[in-house]
Design a protein around this ligand. Structure first.
Ligand code: ATP
Length: 460
């Protein structure tokens, strides 16, 4: 259908004045006065609606509130003129109804609660809030690609079906084509008959395969969905979420820290610039101070502190009663992370060199024998946003770390081979993409940044 996007009209308003255009969209509001009707339509290309003015004398059949109910799909055409607010509005000359919307259309009101909208995933993206979240999400995804592509990274697609469940510590979804066979004598016998001839799972991370690619392509990134069967019914956990996991050869911890800072600033700046109206909307209706928070991330120099220093600082904190006492050797709790980034430094902070027992087997063991070259990036308002480490390159140390965690090195032969043939220093990080969308939109429930959230007992 030949028509002009509403975004194009807004971008070039003055050049459209007095021109004839055809526009498509859905009716957002419909107002009626004695002689004139006003209908606002939106085609999804832009945050603002286009107002259509209907001279009822020319369209005697149009009682606007009846003919153009909210939700109706329409094609309208006419001349664009300057409105009182100095923007374009369309004087209706012709119209056709593309799809009617009867009076039981659930999104009649201008604003609904997010809880109510969650009950109808197939319709809720038509509500402004959810549509703007998708715009920000898209901008963050695009700018992530832009950053990596323009810095020499190769985008690799790591498999979603994997044969290894150990990295997920049991919190994995099984992939099978078999109905359960209670007569099977053992798991082995059962899975031998299955599609892959062995147990198969949905991946929890593309990192291990990403490392494989980095050993040939140097700089890679993955960007795709991962799956976790953890039974966490929180506002920050879902069972299917997106991760961006770059992996960089010839990079030590200090190098990857620089990359993370540059990347986070790049995507945050991109959103501030390209989704400015959406950010204003979220600042006004959801998180006062959102814009300032994002500007702080985009413009401040991130701090780097040792985990040991962080524990000392937390122990000295007098103005707070932590639920969990900070103790060397323990993971930092969310309350600790937020205190460090929000109260002590008031800007993003990299905490580096964590106790080795608290982190994964693949992280590079430091010379002190106690810590690993890992870092978490903490940001005000949420705490951890990125997890990162330099990877262990020493074959023997890696095998020892696996055994110490009760893992079977036999199952990681391919991963260990990377340490056998041309092993070089390399580092990588993972950003929970959905959590960063929450951060940039002020959404407090992860379900609202996904089109169709999947969580325990939730599969709409
Ligand atoms: P958390 O402590 O919040 O459960 P985690 O320590 O298990 O997270 P990692 O295994 O380090 O998380 O995963 C990397 C990133 O993926 C996290 O920083 C987070 O942003 C995101 N993430 C982890 N689990 C989930 C989930 N269930 N839903 C959405 N995002 C998640």
């Amino acid at each position: 259908m030949k028509h002009t996007d509403i975004k194009i009209i807004y971008q070039n308003c003055t050049s459209f004045f007095e021109k004839f255009v055809v526009v498509c969209g859905w009716v957002k509001t419909s107002r009626d006065s004695k002689n004139v009707g006003f209908v606002e339509i939106n085609d999804g290309t832009y945050i603002k609606n286009l107002q259509v003015v209907i001279d009822k004398e020319s369209f005697p059949e149009l009682k606007t509130s009846l003919v153009f109910p909210v939700g109706t799909g329409v094609m309208v055409s006419g001349k664009l003129v300057k409105s009182e607010k100095n923007i374009c509005e369309l004087l209706l000359e012709k119209y056709s109804i593309l799809g009617e919307s009867p009076s039981d259309y659930p999104l009649q009101k201008k604003r609904h609660t997010l809880e109510f909208l969650r009950t109808m995933p197939h319709l809720r993206v038509r509500a402004n809030t959810l549509a703007y979240v998708q715009k920000v999400r898209s901008a963050l995804a695009y700018s992530s690609h832009l950053y990596f592509q323009s810095n020499g990274y190769t985008y690799v697609h790591t498999p979603l079906i994997t044969g290894s469940d150990a990295e997920g510590a049991g919190e994995v979804f099984r992939v099978t084509t078999l109905p359960w066979d209670a007569k099977a004598k053992s798991e082995k016998e059962f899975f031998e008959k299955d599609f892959f001839g062995k147990p198969a799972f949905l991946t929890v991370s593309g990192q291990l395969e990403g490392e494989t690619a980095a050993m040939a392509l140097g700089k890679i990134y993955t960007f795709g969905p991962v799956f976790r069967a953890e039974n966490s019914n929180t506002s920050r956990h879902v069972s299917e979420f997106w991760q961006c996991e770059p992996e960089v050869a010839f990079a030590e911890l200090s190098d990857i820290i620089e990359i993370i800072e540059e990347y986070i600033k790049f995507i945050t700046n991109y959103v501030l610039k390209n989704c400015s109206e959406e950010i204003d909307f979220f600042t006004k209706f959801f998180e006062p101070g959102l814009r300032e928070k994002l500007e702080l991330v985009a413009n401040s120099k991130f701090v780097v502190i040792e985990y040991t220093e962080a524990i000392e600082m937390l122990k000295k904190a007098k103005d707070v009663n932590f639920v969990y006492e900070p103790k060397w050797g323990d993971e930092l709790q969310s309350e600790h992370e937020r205190y460090i980034t929000e109260k002590i430094f008031k800007k993003p902070v990299f905490v580096i060199n964590y106790p080795k027992e608290s982190k994964a087997f693949y992280m590079k063991q430091n010379a002190d024998g106690k810590t690993v070259a890992a870092t978490d990036l903490l940001v005000p308002g949420v705490g951890e946003i990125v997890g990162c480490s330099e990877r262990e390159t020493d074959y023997k140390k890696l095998v020892e770390a696996m055994k110490a965690r009760g893992m079977n090195p036999e199952l990681y032969k391919q991963y260990l081979d990377l340490r056998k043939y041309g092993s070089v220093p390399h580092s990588g990080f993972g950003i929970g993409f959905d959590r960063y969308v929450m951060y940039c939109t002020g959404m407090t429930n992860i379900r609202d940044v996904l089109l169709y959230p999947r969580a325990p007992k939730e599969l709409q």
